[in-house]
Ligand binder design. Structure first.
Ligand SMILES: *Cc1c(COP(=O)(O)O)cnc(C)c1O
Length: 223
């Protein structure tokens, strides 16, 4: 089942779009099943759960762990030794802590700037204006343990396709603007992470490079 679903998604992806299989709340055995057919990137949103799975799946040495949920600063140290990409860089304070923990373990951790474009109030992230001011401040340039690698966002959880498209469009536009202004010579700044099970086709239309799919691969989560 997992294998068929992944194959069917991959068949619809063009070159340059990568699938993050969001395995939160699903057992390590489900990850193994996806790994067996070649899936390598997995997304988790709780530090302790990721830590446990990282240990349980230690034999899968080329697995890529992406952290996609809100990350509390006091949890950064647990995942800093091995996490491959943190999508949810949602505040200057968190990025500074990731920098500190990365340097402690001698790493440079790729991070995305999480943008808040949805209308829900509970979502974390920089508004595009805040993110622009953060980049203009130049503060990020002194974070030698953090590699800014692009942007991430979630759209509003609504059925209104035009609204979702508009939010993804804002993200794409923001990416293009800051790419040109701050990262023109920086090939590592290249990712637009957006699109979940219900809206990934729209995200791809708006140039997503990483889509984060959970339910449509692994089924409903058991909380
Ligand atoms: C859980 C989660 C996803 C996956 O959501 P689905 O609707 O199950 O595909 C994607 N992105 C983030 C940030 C998540 O927390």
């Amino acid at each position: 089942m997992i294998a068929e679903r992944i194959h069917s998604i991959l068949d619809q992806l063009s070159e340059g779009v990568r699938l993050v299989a969001v395995s939160k709340y699903h057992p390590s055995e489900a990850i193994r099943e996806a790994y067996t057919i070649g899936q390598r990137i997995f997304g988790e949103s709780h530090a302790q759960e990721l830590q446990r799975k990282h240990e349980e799946l230690a034999d899968l040495s080329d697995i890529e762990w992406h952290f996609i949920g809100h990350l509390q600063t006091n949890k950064v140290k647990y995942i800093a030794p091995y996490v491959n990409l943190i999508h949810s860089g949602d505040s200057p304070h968190l990025l500074a802590e990731i920098n500190k923990q990365a340097l402690k373990v001698g790493r440079i951790i790729p991070c995305l700037l999480q943008l808040h474009v949805a209308q829900e109030e509970t979502k974390f992230g920089f508004t595009p204006d805040e993110a622009m001011r953060y980049l203009e401040s130049g503060e990020w340039q002194s974070l030698k343990g953090v590699q800014l690698a692009g942007v991430m966002a979630m759209a509003s959880n609504v059925d209104d396709e035009e609204r979702i498209r508009n939010e993804f469009h804002q993200v794409h536009h923001f990416f293009d603007t800051v790419k040109q202004q701050f990262f023109a010579d920086n090939a590592a700044f290249k990712e637009i992470s957006m699109g979940m099970s219900d809206d990934w086709h729209i995200a791809i239309d708006e140039s997503a490079t990483l889509i984060r799919l959970g339910t449509c691969i692994f089924g409903e989560r058991q909380y």
